[in-house]
Write a protein of this length. Sequence first.
Length: 94
Amino acid sequence: MDAITFCLPQSLDISVVNETQQMMLAQLQSQQDIDQVNIDAGELSRIDTAGLQLLTALVIDINRKSIDLSWKNVNDELLLSASRLGLNHLLKLN
């Protein structure tokens, strides 16, 4: 079994969300036996609703495939932004 890590960019907003989504999808599809996905938010300093929507879709897809999810270096920006939209539980940030 394999694990993959997604390192979020410094700014996860509408200007980079399509590119980030394509990169994530390519990584997920390139490996067959993924049992763990790590999301590293250590570089993230800005996120908008498009970025949160991408993360929400990713977490839903990971859950649907019964893949374990682990967050690393979660910062206040991500926690506050997700909390404002009521997404902390869905994103498994709590």
